[in-house]
Design a protein around this ligand. Structure first.
Ligand code: FMN
Length: 365
């Protein structure tokens, strides 16, 4: 059924304005019949952050910003879904157009600017599906005009703790002016201290919620030293590497669209974000697991990300070009690789190539 859906919808979607196509995809998923997902190969199960993931493929933040279709996505075979970014107060985001397809590069540029329905509405949606189970993470961000951005994150942790399988503290969106400054060591230290403190305060009432930190791929290695150091000392449960990049590789073929402001994602992000996964992995020294995201568009690419150091992966942009069948294709590929190489679990290969990757030349920007 997914293949039939892809065959019909992909050509139509590409013909539409990207943001209209996204809205249509969400509407389509809302209408998805309550099919039962195929059971996953038990070898693909991953335990991380105290959670049991049925498979390692997650829907990345930004697709279902408002928690409209997390259960449809889980039914389609994702092992977990990250909703958001959510901000405390609803926000319209940047003026349109703000989403661009670079078709020949299988890439996307977006400058959405945290458009979302706000915490109250998103909380209602998550509360109404809470008994359905499945791993649904909540990605939190600050309002553009907030006078105290750290307080926004704290408020969101307190609000969503009862319904979030995990939290992602997003300090890496390039589309909210100044947000990425929260990655600076002293500011990040204060932010994480207050976020972890909030999590502990609500723990008895709301249960445990792992806190993950999502970073930009554009950090320098000395900035990454600081970020990982702070994340370890504040005992975050994991990191997500990475968000979109501000870089514009000269290899981009759609040079006209490449001039649009915003974050670049999809295939051209793959090498840089994979390098950052490996660099983070060697610095984390096993203190916490990583989620690798950026340009994954095949089973081979997912495997490379895992061998670079990711225990789990997420995808977004490639779904626009490859369709929803990609989730199944990646899982099938990972299963057959495990079978072929006589391994019992993916965890056996996490980070196997990190040292080699970090010794390579820096990916050309
Ligand atoms: C249209 C769009 C909106 C996004 N919105 C968010 C967001 O709200 N919060 C966030 O942390 N990441 C957001 N992202 C980044 C993705 O979660 C992901 O980190 C990035 O796109 C790299 O993965 P990909 O190459 O598989 O798309 C967005 C990406 C796209 C393309």
């Amino acid at each position: 059924m997914i293949r039939a859906f892809d065959t019909l919808s992909l050509p139509l979607m590409r013909w539409l304005d990207p943001e209209d196509a996204h809205r249509l995809a969400i509407q389509g998923l809302r209408l998805l019949p309550p099919i039962r997902p195929k059971p996953d190969d038990p070898k693909l199960a991953v335990r991380a952050f105290g959670l049991n993931f049925p498979n390692p493929i997650g829907m990345a933040a930004g697709f279902d910003k408002n928690a409209e279709v997390p259960d449809a996505l889980l039914r389609l075979g994702f092992g977990f879904v990250e909703i958001g970014s959510v901000t405390p107060i609803p926000q319209g985001g940047n003026p349109k157009p703000r989403l661009f397809r670079l078709e020949r590069d299988e890439a996307v540029i977006n400058r959405m600017g945290f458009n979302n329905d706000g915490a109250d509405i998103v909380l209602q949606r998550l509360a109404s599906r809470a008994q359905l189970g499945g791993i649904v993470g909540v990605n939190v961000g600050a309002n553009k005009d907030s006078l105290d951005r750290v307080a926004d994150y704290v408020k969101l942790i307190e609000t969503f703790a009862p319904v979030a399988s995990y939290f992602t503290v997003n300090v890496s969106s390039p589309n909210t002016p100044g947000l990425r400054n929260l990655q600076q060591a002293a500011i990040l230290d204060d932010l994480l201290a207050r976020v972890i403190d909030a999590r502990e305060r609500v723990r008895t009432k709301a249960g445990d919620s792992p806190v993950l930190l999502k970073i930009a791929p554009d950090l320098s290695l000395s900035e990454l030293d600081d970020v990982v150091h702070v994340a370890r000392s504040r005992r975050v449960d994991g990191m997500i590497v990475s968000n979109t990049t501000l870089a514009r590789p000269s290899s981009l073929r759609d040079q006209a669209k490449a001039k649009e402001q915003g974050g670049l994602s999809g295939r051209p992000l793959f090498r840089l974000s994979t390098r950052m996964v490996a660099e983070t992995f060697v610095r984390a020294e096993g203190a916490f697991p990583l989620i690798g995201v950026g340009g994954i568009d095949s089973g081979g690419a997912a495997l490379t990300k895992i061998r670079a150091g990711a225990s789990l992966v997420q995808i977004y942009s490639s779904l626009i070009y490859k369709g929803l069948r990609l989730v199944d294709d990646i899982k099938t590929d990972l299963s057959s690789t495990l079978l072929r190489t006589g391994r019992e679990q993916l965890s056996e290969i996490v980070g196997a190539d990190a040292a080699t990757i970090t010794a390579e030349d820096w990916p050309v920007k």
